[in-house]
Design a protein around this ligand. Sequence first.
Ligand code: SF4
Length: 416
Amino acid sequence: MREWFRANAAELPWRPADLDALRNPYAVWISETMLQQTQVSTVKDYFIRWMERFPDVETLARADETEVFRYWQGLGYYSRARNILKTAKIVCEENLLDPLRSASRMTLNENARVGCKMPETRKELEALPGIGAYTAGAILSLAYHKREAILDGNLVRIFSRLYELDFLPTDKKATIDCHASLQEARNDMQISTARDLDHALEKRSSHGTKCNDVSASEIYWGYAREVADSPRAYMHNEALMELGRTVCKTKSPLCETCPLHKECRAFLDGRTAEFPPTKKRTEKSWHGTVLVIESADEKILAVNGGQKFLDGQLALPHFESVRGATVGISAQAEEYINADDVESVNDCGTFRHNITVHKIECNVLHVRLATTAKAAQLPKTKANSDKPSAFEWIKKAKAFETFANSFSLKALKKVF
Ligand code: SF4
């Protein structure tokens, strides 16, 4: 795999020419987070722009959320961007919030983080918002060259095919036949006591778990840990990710050129199309209304939180509604604005948009107020919502650059 990787590693903005070099943990964190759910070809430009604007964790920690979202706009799954910012602030907290206190702590506690340094242990990393087992492993392995396992979609696909695993790590229970393992173990070894049996199964199990402890996730992580059990874990991990991306593709894997084809069970059995099993994605249709509420002094009402979508970022007010509902101020719209302030309501048509599994269709109402933004009566929080919401008036002239999500921008385009 190492030979294959050295010969085939693509040039990527986050990958140094020297594949054995230690890497910048911040860059690994940002690139790996961007790469979740997103193609490498899309991420390249986003990563370059991001690193130009936020070259290190300290610069990022000082940024505001609206700007961070703007640099994320188009990558989707905005919770990733929000968590990145939260984590940057946590990592830098001691230095940014109180430099004097931080300095004094440094004399008392040599473990205090200096210069917004990313943590170097899995426990600390996984405690940060948005950093899960995969991202923590990637940072520790690629940046610090620790023997840490990583398991992303590429490795899952490869393991599933190499070992013909007909389940996914997210499945609650693995369907590995423990009784068959047991029988094999009995045939191969002299087992007389329960302790012998446990010992035998542990030995047999390449992932090191006992049969009755096994979970789908643990089986995959077990294989991942085997890959990482080497001083060159960083290269094995990255080589497998690259193999999954370029050779062991979801559709039509290029098995003839794969360095693992001689030991890949799915390939040898002619069953690559069956692995990994497909996960049924249940799409949900959602029809709603988006309000573009414009005050008499040309300001647009934005909401943060308390809505169906785009929690945690500025978005246009929206709520579920039936198709073809009459134009006017409905009770739901009155959760955002007082009907007495309304001068006119225009139906500006519909747009379609997808957010995660939701297939959204929205009609857009342009609501003009007779009052200025200051005089308009805004609710303190939206009724019928357990999520806190905040309201903000933004200048109409700046609306297109202030909203950092395609959902709100599409609605604005229907009006202006
Ligand atoms: S032989 Fe084919 S299916 Fe098996 S790991 Fe290689 S590319 Fe994937």
